[in-house]
Design a protein. Structure first.
Length: 149
């Protein structure tokens, strides 16, 4: 139902995945035409009793996603102290980053983030270190296959 509503309203879903089966389910919805265009998947890692923050697991999930849905884009999201680890790995593996106080409230072990902007700044610095420019809103829309505003 939700996929149908999103398609009719021209909303591109971000598929948050917490286990391997969710990748296959998203690809199935795409094949059925319920999700149109390239998938955008967010691998959420670091939640207790779900996907661990493990580089080999992330690499396997990325390979699996691109095998079952060529052309898909993806983001790595780490919960809590693993947020910057996932951002770094995502940049190294060609993915995108997510940051913010919804998932993490610290800049490091001893420092609370004063704002979302401080967390964004930390990811911008990682992007610079990895030679990955930060997308403008227009570039992000293009990367995700979204209509121009």
């Amino acid at each position: 139902w939700l996929a149908t509503e999103m398609r009719e309203l021209r909303i591109k879903p971000e598929i948050e995945t917490f286990d391997l089966s969710m990748i296959f389910q998203a690809a199935k919805l795409q094949l059925q035409g319920l999700i149109q265009g390239a998938l955008h998947v967010q691998f959420v890692m670091g939640i207790r009793n779900a996907m661990p923050v493990d580089r080999e697991v992330l690499e396997f999930y990325v390979r699996t996603l691109l095998r079952v849905s060529p052309g898909a884009t993806w983001t790595g999201a780490g919960i809590g102290r693993e947020q910057m680890t996932m951002a770094r790995w995502s940049l190294e593996l060609g993915g995108h980053c997510r940051t913010g106080m919804e998932d993490n409230v610290r800049l490091d072990k001893d420092t609370f983030a004063p704002s979302n902007a401080a967390l964004v700044h930390a990811v911008v610095q990682l992007c610079e270190e990895h030679g990955r420019p930060v997308a403008t809103p227009q570039q992000a829309r293009q990367l995700l296959g979204l209509a121009e505003l």
